[in-house]
Design a protein around this ligand. Structure first.
Ligand code: UDP
Length: 228
């Protein structure tokens, strides 16, 4: 794979704390991504917002407004991770689908692709810019737009199982799976909107555990042990 889109969940940034940022975790991710950049692989990143806020969990405020807060949470996450990436020696750009004044740049395919070819890590912050969507959907959408070779989906578990391995010790891990199977069996790898977009556009997806040592680099270098 020459051009990839890496999706990190918001919780992945928080480490044990489950909220906010865990610098050691993010620095570990940054060092792995630097190895890829140094080898000429183009890397774009989408980060969720669950370490701060999820729109659908608010029962009191309007959903559109709750989702706007969620999208802004992903902007905070991208600015933070982008700065850690710079600290470990990479060039970065944070793009949003809405104006954030001088905090970020406005997304366009051309700007994103230009940055990638200049060896910059491109962060797609702010989701799709629309409520009732998720960063799963913005991940697939941006991967298709930038013509990525595939999506690297870093999860808390090391692949896709037929049931929750934390609850069922006999849960079976899949080596390979079609998106149609994910939809039919309601496996929830990514949400339904993202699954359909992925299937219709034949975008490959590799699911692996972020906590496993060097898993991002291993996934690219053929030492992949997750689900594809
Ligand atoms: N969000 C949104 N539109 C998008 C992407 C995200 O409204 O295109 C909001 C939504 O409220 C979501 C939150 O941002 O709950 C954080 O995104 P993430 O994908 O992490 O949410 P999750 O799927 O975990 O709820």
């Amino acid at each position: 794979m020459k051009r990839v889109l890496l999706k990190l969940s918001g919780e992945a940034l928080a480490g044990e704390k489950k909220t906010g940022f865990d610098e050691m975790t993010v620095t570990g991710v940054a060092r792995q991504v630097k190895q890829l950049i140094d080898e000429g692989i183009e890397v774009a990143i989408v980060i969720g917002g669950g370490n701060f806020w999820r729109g659908r969990t608010s029962e009191t405020i309007d959903r559109t407004k709750a989702d706007q807060i969620g999208m802004l949470a992903t902007v905070m996450n991208c600015i933070y991770v982008s700065e850690i990436f710079r600290y470990v020696g990479m060039e970065t750009e944070v793009l949003t689908p809405f104006l954030c004044s001088s905090f970020t740049e406005l997304f366009s395919k051309d700007r994103a692709v230009k940055g990638l070819t200049e060896k910059k890590v491109i962060f797609f912050a702010g989701g799709t810019g629309h409520p009732y969507f998720s960063t799963d959907t913005s991940t697939v959408l941006r991967a298709i737009e930038i013509e990525a070779d595939g999506i690297l989906l870093a999860k808390a578990v090391d692949g896709v199982y037929d049931s929750d391995p934390k609850i069922n010790p006999n849960a079976k891990k899949y080596d390979e799976l079609s998106i149609q199977d994910v939809i039919d069996q309601k496996l929830g790898v990514v949400d339904m909107t993202a699954s359909i977009l992925c299937m219709e556009n034949k975008m490959p997806m590799l699911v692996f555990g972020l906590e496993e040592e060097n898993s991002i680099v291993n996934t690219i270098k053929g030492k992949f042990s997750g689900t594809k």
